[in-house]
Design a protein around this ligand. Structure first.
Ligand code: SD4
Length: 339
């Protein structure tokens, strides 16, 4: 495993809030305890000064992260910024893993999943949406305009039209051709870091110091009809606790769901881990439960209330984008397994 770029990921960019020093079980890797944790933060850092706005997202979605970061700089709240970031990829026809242009299921239908969570702890989600592009925004509407958390397929779509969302065809010619090509063999084998793992998960910390997040995906390419992954599942694909921080996932949804990865990361941060440590522990939980972990990717990113960030994955090749102070940078993630 490569030496961790711990400093890069955890650099404090604003004056933070000191968190409780709690010792937690960190699994088999002893090096985790040697890292600087939040408990080493100076007590004088406990101040009302808030960190500067930060946007982070999964993968090298440069434009999406920039859109979210700029929105924050212009005063947008964390949730609005996170959704604005997701929209860039939902509308990017070249992206075959999010929104319009996403790869279809094995029947040829593109079905999108998304969820959002705000600083108040409210959340909304949609699953198996096949006619609306901006599903993160739709999930927000479910949160704000219905008494429910999650709507599925036609119910979500009909609700979306009533809220002014356009009915669209999501399968592009390019995705259709790729699907027809796939049908020649119909072999389903997720390919690490390529088409199957490019969900956009966005976390934003706004000028008020509030944290929110959004997650949007077309799920696994050529999945079974009706299959839903972690991305729209609160606690698995995304979790926010505005007192602590937030986390979001990408990769093999089934494994993320089994370990409730994003909720786990926030709870580990609550117990004193840095975002980096918490992401690493969450990946280790997946690895510990799977002898075949070399065959799939799982990656997490996280942010805490003080503005520290972290990312970690099973396989090399995952990147987190980070926008702060007008700088949008790609942070190469450390990884568990070197292939
Ligand atoms: C899923 N987590 O549906 C998603 C997959 C992913 O780009 O990350 N896709 O399981």
């Amino acid at each position: 495993m490569k030496r961790r770029k711990f400093i890069q990921n955890t650099a404090m960019t604003g004056i933070g809030v000191s968190m409780a020093a709690v010792t937690v079980a960190c699994g088999e890797h002893s090096d985790i305890n040697t890292k600087k944790t939040n408990k080493s933060m100076n007590a004088s850092e406990e101040t009302s000064t808030k960190p500067k706005p930060i946007a982070i997202c999964t993968w090298a979605f440069t434009k999406a992260n920039e859109a979210a970061g700029k929105a924050l700089s212009e005063g947008a709240d964390a949730l609005t910024a996170a959704i604005a970031g997701c929209e860039v990829e939902e509308e990017n026809l070249k992206n075959t893993t999010v929104g319009k242009g996403g790869a279809p299921d094995r029947e040829g239908n593109v079905t999108l999943d998304a969820c959002v969570m705000n600083p108040q702890g409210d959340c909304g989600a949609v699953v198996c949406v096949s006619t609306i592009t901006n599903v993160a925004a739709l999930a927000r509407k479910v949160m704000e305009e219905t008494p429910h958390v999650m709507l599925a397929s036609e119910g979500a779509e009909e609700f979306g039209y009533s809220q002014g969302f356009k009915k669209e065809k999501l399968l592009t010619e390019v995705s259709k051709e790729a699907w027809l090509e796939w049908q020649k063999t119909s072999k389903y084998k997720p390919i690490i870091n390529i088409e199957n793992h490019d969900t956009i998960g966005m976390l934003a910390l706004d000028a008020n110091g509030d944290i929110a997040g959004a997650c949007s995906t077309s799920g696994l390419s050529y999945k079974m009809k009706g299959r839903v992954g972690d991305s729209p599942i609160i606690g698995s694909g995304l979790f926010i606790d505005n007192e602590i921080g937030g986390a979001v996932a990408t990769g093999m949804g089934e494994e993320i769901i089994k370990t409730v990865g994003s909720f786990l990361i926030v709870e580990l941060m609550r117990n004193g881990m840095s975002p980096q440590e918490a992401c690493e522990e969450a990946v280790r939980r997946v690895v510990a439960k799977n002898k075949n972990y070399k065959d799939f990717q799982v990656a997490y990113i996280a942010i805490n209330k003080a503005g520290s960030t972290g990312s970690y994955c099973i396989h090399e090749g995952f990147t987190m984008m980070k926008y702060q102070n007008g700088i949008n940078e790609a942070v190469k993630s450390d990884f568990h397994h070197s292939s």
